[in-house]
Write a protein that binds this ligand. Structure first.
Ligand SMILES: [Zn+2]
Length: 282
């Protein structure tokens, strides 16, 4: 009886922070995971906890594979000029008339220094090209103080694996957990895969930013609060992408030859090649 009462209390507190609804359905064996009204999952609600705090009117946001509930909330906050949504499967988004089709394997023409926020959740594991290419161009498109807010499913105890072609659906399910995934990241060698591309948080802890009440309220299980996982929301700056060269410093007034546009002594070696320019990747 006591246990039942405890569960009831938890359930009463549970709410969808995206749409305000309080009724949930089980999903893939996870109890009360999906909001019955907007379809949000635990990770969708966790992502919205971040975006709700960060995104203000006037910000420019690029959102890949937009979740319906988050799309609705962001369109209340941003006009269409400031909010770009994209997916290559336009048919899945009949509810979003303004969907663009930006191919994440072909981002050369994405403008630099354009967005305050680039957002996606459980997308990178579907993109059939080298993930360094996609991540490089997404970070290049961020404004100087822009943030890349995203979720990549990072599994425990599994190693990095990736295959674009020649792998049938059943084999993809076995290797990557889902038939339309092309890669999987594991915690065991994350420093040798994603960690070579991005400055990842060393001690990820959701409680650094949110309270126990907030996290339990949206139904994010405690097992996902500490350490990187399938539900961790990464919040990285432009230069947390390690392949992106920093802008060269402005030439000093007394010396304006290309020779002197090199960074001052003491800068890191990656900065020293920056005279080749950040726009090399365009
Ligand atoms: Zn909802």
């Amino acid at each position: 009886m006591m246990r039942w009462a405890g569960e009831l209390r938890e359930l009463t507190k549970l709410h969808c922070n995206v749409c305000g609804y309080r009724t949930f359905d089980d999903f893939h064996g996870r109890k009360n995971a999906m909001c019955r009204a907007c379809g949000s999952l635990e990770r969708t609600r966790f992502l919205w906890l971040h975006l709700d705090k960060l995104v203000k009117p006037g910000h420019r946001v690029l959102h890949f594979a937009p979740e319906r509930g988050i799309y609705k909330r962001l369109t209340e906050r941003l006009d269409s000029e400031h909010y770009t949504i994209s997916d290559i499967n336009a048919g899945w988004y009949g509810w979003a008339a303004d969907l663009q089709s930006i191919d994440m394997t072909n981002l050369d023409d994405l403008p630099s220094f354009e967005f305050d926020f680039i957002v996606h959740s459980h997308v990178l594991e579907h993109i059939p090209c080298n993930e360094a290419y996609t991540l490089f161009h997404l970070h290049r498109a961020l404004k100087k103080d822009g943030r890349h807010i995203f979720i990549i499913p990072i599994r425990r105890g599994r190693y990095y694996d990736c295959a674009y072609n020649g792998v049938d659906h059943r084999e993809r399910e076995r290797r990557f957990d889902q038939s339309d995934h092309v890669r999987i990241f594991g915690l065991e060698d994350l420093d040798m895969s994603l960690g070579k591309l991005l400055e990842l948080p060393q001690n990820y802890d959701a409680l650094d930013q949110f309270s126990i009440e907030q996290l339990t309220g949206i139904g994010l299980p405690e097992t996902y609060w500490k350490g990187l996982s399938v539900n961790s929301v990464l919040n990285l700056g432009r230069h947390d992408m390690k392949l992106l060269l920093k802008e060269p410093p402005p030439p000093s007034p007394s010396t304006s030859t290309s020779e002197t546009s090199r960074p001052a002594a003491g800068d890191t070696s990656i900065d020293r090649s920056s005279s080749e320019g950040e726009e090399k990747g365009r």
